[in-house]
Design a protein around this ligand. Structure first.
Ligand code: ATP
Length: 243
């Protein structure tokens, strides 16, 4: 028998409304000109696949192909308009730099808030606090409000919390790009460790060489549709053929 299923994406559709006007006055002008106030845009159309526990999967595709939207559906921060997304176990990850961190709170306070949101009890957070701080390595900024952080510091804190929450499914969007080289190496080592421990990974990145080193499977999206799902090398070949 194969590994149990960790993620199910079943015939998912996601549409967005694109508003063309941002004030009543502007809307009246557009209406007088008989122009449409908004258009509907399809970001994902009929996407379906399953990810087994312990698999490391890359979501690949050109800008705007729907990768981040799909990751947000898996994280549960957005719901599909049609179809179903199911994830088994604790989900953590980094969807956008700074997401989940409150700007008015200090780094220390955000560790407690963010780890609680990701499902840890207070005593679990206290037990892991020193490890989180050591991993983030942001020095005196731990007690500064997060609004004064550089984007790399945001990443350090958010990544440190996420990897210390024992995620069953770890989702990573492009954001490692803002970390400096030593921190990026540390993150990649930690992602590899999570994978070796049998955690499920879903990674969005334009850095094809990086994902090819981390993932065994690649799913290619184009215009919101799944166009390839297979071994990472084949997925990369498919993606490069479309450049
Ligand atoms: N909240 C939103 N409202 C309107 N349109 C959106 C919203 N979120 C995403 N979109 C649109 O949906 C499409 C898919 O976006 P998404 O961010 O998923 O693409 P992506 O493949 O991650 O792109 P990139 O590689 O540029 O990060 C894009 O055209 C984007 O403009």
């Amino acid at each position: 028998m194969g590994a149990p299923t960790a993620v199910v994406v079943d015939d998912v559709h996601k549409h967005f409304r694109l508003r063309h006007t941002h004030s009543l006055k502007e809307s009246l002008v557009w209406l007088a000109q008989r122009r449409r106030l908004r258009d509907e845009f399809t970001a994902l159309s009929g996407v379906g696949f399953e990810v087994s526990q312990g698999e490391a999967v890359a979501l690949l595709g050109h800008n705007g192909s729907g990768k981040s939207t799909l990751l947000k559906l898996m994280a549960g921060v957005m719901a599909p308009d049609e179809g179903r997304v199911g994830v088994r176990g604790r989900v953590a990850g980094l969807l956008e730099v700074g997401a989940g961190l409150h700007p008015d709170l200090t780094g220390r306070e955000n560790i407690f808030l963010n780890a609680a949101i990701l499902g840890l009890e207070e005593d679990e957070i206290r037990a892991r606090f020193d490890d989180i701080v050591a991993f983030a390595d942001i020095g005196p900024f731990l007690d500064a409000q997060v609004r004064f952080y550089s984007s790399g510091m945001f990443l350090r804190l958010a990544f440190a919390v996420a990897v210390h929450t024992d995620p069953d499914v770890f989702l990573v969007d492009e954001i490692l790009a803002v970390g400096d080289e030593p921190f990026r190496r540390k993150c990649l080592e930690r992602i590899r460790l999570l994978s070796a421990q049998g955690r499920t990974l879903v990674i969005v990145s334009h850095d094809v060489d990086l994902v090819a080193g981390l993932c065994s499977r690649g799913i290619v999206l184009a215009g919101g549709r799944l166009v390839h799902d297979g071994a990472i090398d084949e997925a990369v070949t498919t993606l490069r053929a479309s450049w």
